[in-house]
Design a binder for this molecule. Structure first.
Ligand SMILES: [Zn+2]
Ligand SMILES: [Zn+2]
Length: 192
């Protein structure tokens, strides 16, 4: 039998079938009878238990006995910086782009980096500091496109979403993917 590939694991995670125990880190396969679960039971024999009754959303690891709730499933796709929630990565896009665990980890790191540059920009007052921040964000956006397996294309960047930018949001969002942009002359980041 073929071993479950990383892409297949990611698909099982997105379907809520496979989860890494948040406490002891063993891979557990769920008892939902959907998808290709039976194809992988030889690999992930550990079946986790859903406790019934009062806590229908509680799961228990048969190895370490730790319990967790439904939201642990979504954590794989969540990007966080310590306690700060940044965003969720799109599971279908991850599967479509055939990303592996390393690429997902890289994408998460780049989002954390971008969020920290945003924080620096929020606390910046000088035009040069803001422009430097925006340039760094552009470089991170290019790295993100590469990590996702997309063409590196500046026209798809959300450059107008950086802190302190006063350029029109809707108009620029509508023009995404084209080379047309609308810069507000008095924008502290992009203006003159
Ligand atoms: Zn465990
Ligand atoms: Zn701007």
């Amino acid at each position: 039998m073929n071993a479950c590939t990383e892409q297949e694991k990611i698909k099982l995670i997105s379907q809520g079938i496979l989860i890494e125990c948040p406490s002891c880190k063993v891979n557990l396969i769920g008892n939902k009878t959907i998808g290709d679960r039976n194809k992988y039971t030889h690999e992930f024999k550990q079946i986790f238990v859903i406790s019934s009754g009062t806590y229908p959303d509680h799961y228990r690891c048969p190895f370490c006995n730790s319990e967790w709730q439904l939201n642990e499933w979504t954590k794989f796709f969540a990007v966080t910086d310590v306690d700060k929630h940044i965003c969720y990565l799109n599971p279908s896009l991850i599967i479509k782009q055939k990303l592996d665990f390393n690429k997902i980890a890289l994408i998460k790191k780049l989002h954390v980096l971008k969020s920290r540059v945003f924080e620096i920009m929020e606390n910046s007052v000088t035009k040069s500091a803001l422009k430097n921040g925006a340039d760094t964000v552009t470089q991170i956006e290019f790295m993100l496109q590469e990590a996702w397996g997309f063409t590196k294309d500046k026209n798809f960047h959300c450059w107008f979403e950086v802190p302190k930018c006063t350029c029109p949001k809707m108009d620029n969002r509508e023009r995404q993917g084209t080379e047309y942009t609308i810069i507000s002359g008095n924008c502290p980041v992009h203006g003159e």
